[in-house]
Design a protein around this ligand. Structure first.
Ligand code: S3P
Length: 432
């Protein structure tokens, strides 16, 4: 599939975006480990979250789908999973494989996990190493650091784990394994990453204590199924936030989006670049803050993005490079080497694609410098089979003269089914 996008002058209106991907995954997994029923509304029916459902179905959790945005999970408690008869296939989903590894480490059975070509290249040692230390048996390609992986789990011992990376997937894997450890597991990370696992576990009744970059979790809790409302995904909203921010005269309202402070780096950055952003109707659902985000566009200017800000906007960096291309002056992104091990190498992918539109970009070992301000020209681009690269280039297409064509855009369904339809509310945009 190809996505064709034409330039537009400004965007005005109100949209909603699909449910948060990270929180949807956690609702599936914790629902499967809880006793009783977890009804999840505004669930993201994207390919990644469907992979999580598929894996937990294979381990005996029951799922039903009363409507297109709702799932009902019936779990059998922390020790209620059973040995899967076949390989657990996570497709393209890093969150599924890494979080599930933490759970599998604590199961008294054998399992094997794999995923697509991108997943089979992504580093798993960062998760399997602490799980081995807790006592799980895990092996796989390259000394257990690449999928496919084989796991024989069981009772675990608690550890004190200092994560070398600020990664919510790594942190969550160890927290989830900690549910199966006798005693208290402690995790510390260099900068605070998204904390949805911690919030949902507390909501489901686990004993968990969080002190900025440190988490303590007690093993053996009784998790209780609860209703979960998934907030709109700020990582999906980000594409339209950048589009509105970069076009003076635009005014866009995005309704009921998750505004957990570990995810709102995009708001801070767009404000730094000169956009006006206000938040309305703030509310809280299952321990997660939500609100309506209003963005007014202006002439943007370059900025510096680094340090503890990086984990707060890691998935938004591809689209931030598009804002940077539209902004006057230079935008410097550093401390973001993690981008190289996402669904694609997002540093080289975005640099390559932006150059096709005439943008001057320097790649750094841990980021990039975007020299903004020159007019972008429509071109033929590649998605690199990465949903966020595909959608970022669609936003670039809104800002570039003429027409932009993005190839291989099926991947958009990973996180944002309906993206093209939402975009078509603002400009000519067609799947061809
Ligand atoms: C996620 C954590 C982040 C993020 C990914 C989703 C999660 O990955 O990039 O899209 O749901 O925990 P890392 O933990 O590898 O930084």
């Amino acid at each position: 599939m190809k996505l064709q996008v034409r330039q537009t002058g400004k965007i005005n209106g109100e949209i909603s975006v699909p449910g948060d991907k990270s929180i949807s995954h956690r609702a599936v997994m914790l629902g499967a480990l809880a006793q009783g029923t977890t009804t999840v509304t505004n669930f993201l029916m994207g390919a990644d979250c469907l992979s999580s459902i598929d894996c937990f179905k294979k381990m005996g959790a029951a799922f039903s789908r009363p409507d297109n945005n709702t799932i009902i999970v019936k779990g059998n408690g922390l020790y209620g999973l059973r040995e899967p008869e076949d390989i657990l296939d996570v497709g393209n989903s890093g969150t599924t494989i890494r979080l599930m590894l933490g759970i599998l480490a604590g199961q008294p059975f054998f399992s094997t996990v794999t995923g697509d070509a991108s997943i089979r290249k992504r580093p798993m040692g960062r998760v399997t190493e602490p799980l081995l230390e807790m006592g799980a048996n895990i092996d796989g390609r390259q000394n257990g650091s690449l999928a496919p992986l084989a796991i024989r789990g069981g009772a675990l011992k608690p550890i004190q784990f200092n994560s070398p990376v600020a990664s919510a997937q790594v942190k969550s894997a160890v927290i989830l394994a900690g549910l199966y450890a006798g005693g208290q597991t402690e995790i510390r990370e260099p900068h605070k990453s998204r904390d949805h696992t911690e919030r949902m576990l507390a909501y489901f009744g686990a004993e968990i204590a969080v002190n900025h970059c440190a988490v303590k979790i007690k093993g053996g809790p009784n998790l209780e199924g609860k209703p979960v409302e998934i907030p709109g995904d700020i990582s999906s909203a980000a594409f339209f936030m950048v589009a509105a921010a970069a076009m003076p005269g635009s005014r866009l309202m995005v309704n009921r989006v998750g505004i957990n402070p570990t995810r709102t780096g995009i708001i801070d950055v767009l404000r730094n670049m000169g956009a006006e952003i206000t938040i309305h109707n703030v509310d809280e659902v299952n321990g997660e803050p939500v609100g309506d985000i209003c963005i007014r566009g202006s002439e943007l200017k370059g900025t510096v993005i680094e340090g503890s800000l990086i984990p707060r906007l890691i998935d938004e960096i591809p689209v931030i490079t598009v804002a940077a291309a539209a902004a006057a002056g230079e935008t410097i992104i550093r401390d973001a080497a993690e981008l190289k091990v996402k669904e694609s190498n997002r540093i080289s992918a975005m640099a390559l694609e932006l150059r096709k539109l005439g943008v001057n970009v320097n790649e750094l070992k841990d980021g990039m410098i975007v020299h903004g301000g020159s007019r972008m020209k429509g071109a033929v681009c590649e998605s690199h089979d990465d949903h966020r690269v595909a959608m970022s280039m669609a936003v670039a297409g809104l800002l570039a003269t003429g027409e932009t064509l993005i190839k291989n855009t099926e991947c958009i369904g990973i996180s944002f089914p309906g993206f093209a339809e939402t975009l078509a509310g603002f400009t000519h945009c067609a799947n061809i």
